[in-house]
Ligand binder design. Structure first.
Ligand SMILES: [Zn+2]
Length: 334
């Protein structure tokens, strides 16, 4: 049975992105697979009155079950209202849709936004596939994110050894032909918790920590010039906070040389036409770090609530920090 996202109380990204581009901030897109992550995301966005994109990958759909996810998203809207957020601005978005069929099934299942990732295809095939998804999605007022350029790194089923920056000379033609609502670009961000090899980084002489290479802001600027005011999306934009990496490693983990995108660079991007910033690994690290620490310090505990509660609190703290101090989306959905 088909259901419209509007019946679930969700919104699409159209108005949200237009405001964000104009206002010089970005909307957080947080991935989730389970209840504790969802609770933390909803609490953080309700408390800060920040618009939010709940992001579900194909892997998350397989993990959690698509029917359950849809009711969880509907529950998120009701929960947000219960927390005192009168008009929650919540999007349910498919991350890295890999086929027309996956995107169609999400549109039919109540998603308010989908991504079709044809970035690994030859240009003309990417255009064709994206156009097909847009044609279907727009019938139901569902917005579509497309991708040009290839990100390095590993994220669920999506992986690539090398990155290819988006070619600014292609973006006008692509957007015109596909009629997509937003465009994910490649300017040096990367999926996962190991965004750069130590060889790609320099070392901070004081701390010995890896310092990643800067993002290609010249490419971003060239794209903005071609498409003034058009919503741009950054994938692979976790910062991999070293406090969580340390927390994992201190309590039995083994994550050597995990490194992300410095928040300073994301702050700069959020002020541009970048209006959606994807964050997944940071939540995984906060949760795992907190669980490891709790279990190491309390070896007798075996009730999952005992270790998931601090994990949830740690994630919430991280989400609020991103909203307030990195993306600038606080109070943008009052
Ligand atoms: Zn991605």
């Amino acid at each position: 049975m088909k259901v419209s996202f509007k019946e679930l109380g969700l919104v699409n990204t159209r108005e949200m992105f237009a405001k964000a581009v104009k206002g010089g901030y970005a909307i957080p897109a947080f991935n989730f697979n389970n209840m504790e992550q969802l609770q933390a995301i909803v609490q953080a966005s309700a408390e800060t009155k920040s618009p939010v994109i709940l992001q579900v990958s194909k892997g998350a759909r397989n993990y959690a079950n698509q029917t359950l996810l849809r009711y969880m998203a509907q529950g998120a809207v009701e929960y947000a209202k219960e927390l005192g957020w009168k008009k929650p601005q919540i999007v349910l978005h498919l991350d890295h849709g890999d086929s027309f069929e996956t995107c169609k099934s999400c549109v039919d299942f109540g998603f308010s936004s989908v991504m079709i990732d044809g970035s690994s295809l030859p240009y003309d095939e990417n255009v064709k596939l994206t156009r097909k998804v847009v044609n279907y999605a727009h019938k139901f007022d569902v917005t579509v994110e497309a991708e040009l350029g290839v990100l390095a790194g590993v994220e669920d089923e999506v992986s690539s050894a090398v990155s290819h920056y988006t070619k600014p000379e292609e973006v006008i033609d692509f957007v015109k032909k596909t009629k997509c609502d937003s465009l994910a670009i490649s300017i040096g961000t990367s999926h996962g918790a190991y965004k750069f090899t130590p060889e790609q980084c320099t070392r901070d002489p004081q701390t010995g920590r890896l310092v990643p290479p800067p993002l290609a802001f010249d490419v971003l600027k060239a794209i903005e010039k071609k498409l003034p005011g058009f919503p741009i999306v950054l994938h692979g934009s976790s910062s991999v906070p070293q406090e969580y990496v340390d927390m994992c490693n201190q309590f039995g983990g083994n994550l050597p040389n995990a490194v992300g995108i410095p928040e300073e660079q994301l702050r700069k991007a959020a002020k541009s036409a970048v209006c959606k910033i994807n964050i997944d690994s940071d939540s995984r690290l906060a949760m795992t770090g907190a669980v490891r620490r709790h279990l190491a310090e309390n070896p007798s505990h075996f009730d999952p609530r005992q270790y998931l509660k601090p994990a949830r609190e740690e994630m919430k703290k991280m989400y609020i920090h991103k909203i307030e101090n990195v993306l600038g989306s606080k109070n943008k959905a009052r």
